[in-house]
Design a protein around this ligand. Sequence first.
Ligand SMILES: NC(=O)C1=CN([C@@H]2O[C@H](COP(=O)(O)OP(=O)(O)OC[C@H]3O[C@@H](n4cnc5c(N)ncnc54)[C@H](OP(=O)(O)O)[C@@H]3O)[C@@H](O)[C@H]2O)C=CC1
Ligand SMILES: O=C1O[C@H](COP(=O)(O)O)[C@@H](O)[C@H](O)[C@H]1O
Length: 495
Amino acid sequence: MKALTRENKAVFTFFGASGDLAKRKLYPSLFKLYQKGYLKEHFGVIGTSRAKWSDEKFQGIVSDSIKGISETEKGQAAKFASHFYYIAHDVTDKAHYAALNDLINQLNKQYEAQGNRLFYFSMAPAFFSVIALNLKSEGLITDEGYNRLVIEKPFGRDYDTAKQLNDALTASFEEDQIYRIDHYLGKEMIQNIEALRFGNTIIESLWNNRYIDNIQVTLSEKLGVEERASYYDTSGALRDMVQNHILQIVSQLAMEQPVAFTDADVRVEKVKALRSMRVYSPSAAATNLVRGQYDAGENSNAYRDEDGVPADSATETFVAGKLLFDNYRWSGVPFYIRTGKKLADKFTRIDVVFKKPLIDIFAFPQNPNASLSENVLTIYVEPNSGFALRVNAKSTGQGFETEPINLDFFQDADKEKEVPEPYERLLHDALEGNSTNFASWSEVAYAWKFVDAIRKLWDIEVPRFPNYIPGSMGPAASDELLQRDGRSWVYKLNQ
Ligand SMILES: NC(=O)C1=CN([C@@H]2O[C@H](COP(=O)(O)OP(=O)(O)OC[C@H]3O[C@@H](n4cnc5c(N)ncnc54)[C@H](OP(=O)(O)O)[C@@H]3O)[C@@H](O)[C@H]2O)C=CC1
Ligand SMILES: O=C1O[C@H](COP(=O)(O)O)[C@@H](O)[C@H](O)[C@H]1O
């Protein structure tokens, strides 16, 4: 369905308004919605944190957060920033909520926002429960319009803590008021998985274990841990990237066709897929998962030498794994996943590897080394958006040899610029009440159960770290994981 350019009316409250995420992603994304007409006159934005800022200072910070705009757009940005108000607020202090409520009511009236309230929790997760409880107990939830919470990641650090958080949220809010953000679900090409699968007979009819040999998902990062060591060292790649982004992608690749393209129907299918994903025993986890940590490279620190990282840290900065689904569609088809920091390049791609023809009639006796390639459908998520289908074709010339060629499509540069930022798209979805691209509690719960089973092993076994060099594609064991199955990663270094 085409997003109607419909004006949304709401009062936003950003908890964590002075933080990194708000400045880097949230305000610029709201500005884009304003430029496109999804926000016009009827919205007000309240920023809160403990710092004592004036409205003017906050508006200046919001304006500064909007980068790379022309002189004419600067006027628009100033008008946009004039909708922003600031209130010093400690989320743990109940007494502060009355003033916040007054300001929300004032802005609701001033901007005729129809009583719609959107609360964005852009703070350390330790505060998520207390904010939700206080919003409820201090009367900030009204039945005038909608009340929606957008919750940042991480949603817990294991199943138990996620459940506690979810219980605290659902004590005050209904599931359909809770938007658990996963910014990968806001990426253009991740959303394209559904279009590709369910909009094309030639693809969906082959999307099963009769025709697909394996599926590979790679989320590769070139940067290291940067300034986020205090968070990252308590998390690691398994919690930071696999539990959420990778399992969300995998669930879209593995799910059955939803009855309709609605949030409720899509969620049902994603949950079913995650339920059928095999949860490993410790010994199976040892065989099917690989972890790594980056070493020093030319002009770059080893992870253990990064600021804020303990010298003996056992935190993984790389994970590769083989996921299995015990269901009719996917039985016997491994989903290989990998993600890591300080790898060769920054990119995200999905490679769907099809089975070779059962008989290769082109392997003539005179041509004993001939071999058909597997068909591979690649979904390029980033940095460029596109698809490629590798097929075998006849090599031009005398004789009859085959060679793989690519049929591909890449978004042109102008169109690529129009692609909305994930946060822009997801903020808009939350305003529209569309939770298709947010994680439901059941999805989060199954993902944690899978991850917890691996942590059971990893938390007691001391890894031999560091074990990969910056600029590589991770430890050798990641390649061996596939070699054991007679396979290899489609994306290899220096291709
Ligand atoms: N930064 C990023 O790139 C990403 C962040 N996230 C998630 O987004 C959330 C925010 O991250 P980030 O912006 O980096 O965090 P920051 O540490 O930069 O910001 C935290 C914010 O919380 C405020 N704060 C802290 N304690 C209180 C309190 N008791 N009462 C009120 N406000 C308080 C801080 O202001 P003050 O100290 O003045 O009160 C600040 O505005 C986290 O959940 C993070 O995991 C997710 C993906 C990427
Ligand atoms: O959620 C996270 O994602 C980023 C990578 O996101 P991308 O959109 O740039 O691919 C990752 O660097 C970070 O560690 C993690 O918390």
